[in-house]
Design a protein around this ligand. Structure first.
Ligand SMILES: NC(=O)C1=CN([C@@H]2O[C@H](COP(=O)(O)OP(=O)(O)OC[C@H]3O[C@@H](n4cnc5c(N)ncnc54)[C@H](OP(=O)(O)O)[C@@H]3O)[C@@H](O)[C@H]2O)C=CC1
Ligand SMILES: N[C@@H](CC=O)C(=O)O
Ligand code: NA
Length: 451
């Protein structure tokens, strides 16, 4: 925060000065979107009994949608539901804009307009924040407003606020997360039921976990958005989304899941950011073989978990529902509550733990520099000496093998699975390039990293 003309709580339009003194009459929300998350949020706000009393001071003033003709799961006064979203972010009565419409545009422009108009923003939109965070937070700091995004990572799991506040005194060295509910749900069902990828995806969409375009989930892009946000908080710098190495789960087959099981692993889509050659960090998303004893191995279904490792805290893991209406609404509503409390407190100085103060970009190490274990599955001709030839190629590049298994056949071809010890990714790739040239090797259908 660089300016000292903050409006944070400076003049509260809903504080009325009368004969009885100051009366707080409510914070007006403009909600953009009434889909899965918007509906969950409205339901939670409308059912405030037994929850924090400050919720009763929050008024759902406007809700912006695309169509007025849809059946809605919530009842709202006719004047509240509108299709002119510009009017919401320009309305002087609205103090907090809640962006739960998703997509890049017009979400980005509406957030920026809200900020320009001096409104605080709550968003669940990791896609916008990971791409336009620098622009949005610079504008927010200049306008003296807050942009809150607890729902953007881990759905209902509190992880943004803990990183910004409770863990902020730690030197964090690694953040490892299962941060996409849809892919975790798919991988879990493929593992436990041997189900088909596409059937399970349909279920994830029906249950409201998947993004409107599920490509973002399946190809790891949603997880990449989320780890970029987490890494920015953990490592105190901005992240360019294009620096996040990203592989999705399309190539994960039932065969690999079964081999992983035999070898003592489960396959998870992990999002990882860690210090490698400080100040450089490695930041990546890829399906990963996770040892069954690892705490992340038991995170199943739509659940997410984020393991944060640092000094002096050691390891701390956040676990909970990473998607879905109610869980995500919990995060959105808690951000709204935080802002309402800030507005009510009427302080003139912004809270540095709620603002975003990053100016510089983190230095990112290329994926070739990553040191990790690998799992690779080869289809080879069924000839004597093939395993030896593979071993020679690996040896040429300093790749040492932890295990080699030849259990199955696919048609005429033998199936060989290897797990390496830690190796520099660049060296491993060179060994693979040489293996590809071997006459006995038909193909390398799978290549996965091992935690
Ligand atoms: N679903 C989940 O579990 C989670 C979602 N998120 C994030 O929350 C955000 C919302 O997701 P979700 O609720 O699933 O999305 P939905 O697709 O279910 O809902 C989107 C809502 O926004 C409205 N909308 C979209 N575009 C426009 C537009 N151009 N003009 C007017 N209204 C528009 C839609 O209106 P209409 O109803 O008229 O079509 C709809 O009400 C996304 O950023 C997503 O990534 C974050 C965590 C979990
Ligand atoms: N599509 C996302 C929803 C929450 O961010 C997921 O599956 O995790
Ligand atoms: Na969260």
């Amino acid at each position: 925060m660089t300016n000292n003309t903050s409006r944070v709580g400076k003049t509260h339009p809903t504080i009325i000065v009368g004969e009885i003194g100051l009366k707080f009459v409510g914070v007006k929300l403009g909600i953009l979107g009434l889909g899965t998350v918007g509906t969950g949020t409205v339901q939670l706000l409308q059912d405030s009994a037994g929850r924090h009393p400050l919720l009763q001071d929050i008024e759902i003033y406007r809700v912006g949608v695309r169509s007025l003709d849809k059946n809605r799961a919530v009842k709202l006064p006719e004047s509240v539901l509108i299709t002119d979203l510009e009017a919401i972010v320009n309305d002087p009565q609205v103090e907090i804009v809640v962006e739960v419409m998703g997509g890049l545009e017009p979400a980005r422009s509406l957030i920026l307009k809200a900020i320009e108009n001096g409104k605080h923003v709550v968003t669940a939109n990791k896609a916008v924040i990971s791409r336009f965070g620098a622009e949005i937070f610079t504008a927010a700091n200049q306008a003296g407003v807050y942009v809150m995004l607890e729902a953007a990572v881990g759905g209902g799991i509190p992880v943004i606020q803990p990183l910004k506040q409770s863990l902020s005194v730690n030197c964090i060295h690694t953040v490892t997360g299962i941060v996409n509910g849809t892919t975790n749900y798919i991988l879990t069902r493929m593992q436990t039921e041997g189900s088909d990828f596409s059937d399970v995806l349909t279920d994830a969409q029906r249950l409201g976990y998947a993004e409107a375009d599920p490509t973002a989930d399946i190809d790891g892009l949603d997880a990449a958005d989320k780890i970029a946000i987490l890494a920015s908080l953990a490592f105190d710098g901005r992240i360019k989304l294009q620096d996040v190495y990203c592989e999705g789960i399309r190539q994960v087959s039932k065969t690999d899941i079964a081999y992983a099981e035999k070898l003592g692993f489960v396959i998870k889509l992990l999002a990882i950011a860690n210090k490698v050659n400080p100040p450089a960090i490695s930041i990546r998303v890829h399906p990963t073989l996770v040892p069954k004893a690892h705490p992340l191995a038991s995170i199943n279904g739509v659940y997410n978990a984020i393991l944060v490792e640092g000094e002096p805290i050691g390891q701390v893991m956040f676990f909970g529902p990473g998607a879905g209406a109610g869980a995500t609404a919990s995060a959105v509503a808690s951000d709204i509550l935080n802002l309402a409390a800030t507005l009510k407190a009427s302080t003139t100085t912004p809270n540095p733990l709620l603002t975003c103060r990053h100016q510089d970009y983190c230095q990112i190490a290329p994926i070739e520099e990553l040191v990790t274990r690998f799992y690779a599955r080869f289809l080879t001709k069924d000839q004597p000496g093939v395993i030896g030839k593979l071993g020679t190629c690996f040896g040429n590049y300093g790749v040492s093998l932890e295990s080699v298994v030849q259990t199955g056949f696919q048609g005429e071809l033998a199936e060989i699975v290897v797990v390496t010890h830690d190796v520099r990714e660049g060296d491993f790739r060179q060994a693979l390039a040489e293996i590809h040239t071997l006459e006995a090797v038909d193909s390398i259908p799978s290549l996965l990293r091992v935690l």
